[in-house]
Design a protein around this ligand. Structure first.
Ligand SMILES: [Ca+2]
Length: 251
């Protein structure tokens, strides 16, 4: 092969520019085709790159929206169908039902009797019973509901004498530690007790609590409940009977 008939183009270095001298029209056409091919390849790369960037982003956005929509729909459905699960999500340990059963030997705050009612507090939640007029041994049998959000809650009770023309008089107070019923409920879950009646634990009276006598915590058909007699403090006499039930998400 002669040097002058080489298929490679010769650069015009003497003219100090980037133009290329071709020995024949065929060389020029070949170079043009190569250039067009490179341009087409670059354009295709850009298109592919653009598509690869656009398509996944579209799918990602679509997927995220779908996941969020599905999550909200699922949560709303559960919220509607399962109140106990709703309470669990809200951080609630359970629902505490306090039945204020009756009072005995309450103190006199009027001339010969009193008009007692009970105020029950758990944390910042407050509920009270109706007033029973002229009675020192009232029977309320009234259920008050609370949300139990911590395992170490204390139930506070105060008895008052209802008066119309002056501030209601105090008729004593008492407290009930809720830790025993919470621990008994955990024991029920461990033992998987769901039917019949089972005594889970007993709480004895001592200087730390207001119990008049020993109290049993039983599981009756899956519901953990405790019946207590509490001695009222700050007064000469008086006792309160309560039944508390702890309803948890497992009920
Ligand atoms: Ca009164």
């Amino acid at each position: 092969m002669k040097l002058g008939s080489s298929q490679q183009p010769v650069a015009a270095g003497d003219r100090g520019c980037s133009t290329v001298d071709y020995k024949s029209d065929a060389d020029r056409e070949t170079a043009h085709n190569n250039s067009q091919s490179q341009i087409s390849t670059s354009s295709a790369f850009v298109l592919i790159f653009t598509n690869e960037y656009t398509v996944p982003r579209f799918f990602v956005e679509f997927s995220l929206v779908s996941v969020v929509r599905f999550s909200f729909s699922f949560a709303a459905l559960l919220w509607y169908l399962k109140p106990s699960l709703r309470r669990y999500i809200m951080g609630e340990l359970g629902q505490l039902k306090v039945v204020v059963v009756q009072g005995k030997r309450l103190v006199i705050r009027d001339f010969k009797s009193s008009d007692p009612y009970v105020v029950v507090k758990l944390g910042n939640q407050t509920a009270k019973t109706k007033v029973i007029n002229c009675c020192l041994n009232p029977v309320w049998n009234e259920e008050l509901n609370f949300s139990l959000t911590e395992s170490g809650g204390i139930l506070n009770l105060e008895v008052f004498d209802k008066d119309l023309l002056k501030t209601d008089d105090k008729m004593g107070n008492a407290q009930l530690d809720l830790r025993p019923i919470v621990s008994a409920t955990r024991l029920r879950d461990i033992l998987r007790v769901s039917s019949g009646e089972t005594t889970l634990r007993k709480v004895a009276p001592n200087r730390e609590n207001c119990l008049v006598r020993e109290s049993s915590i039983n599981c009756v058909n899956g519901v953990v409940m405790q019946n207590v007699w509490l001695r009222l403090g700050g007064v000469e006499s008086g006792e309160l009977e309560l039944t508390i039930k702890l309803i948890t998400p497992s009920n």
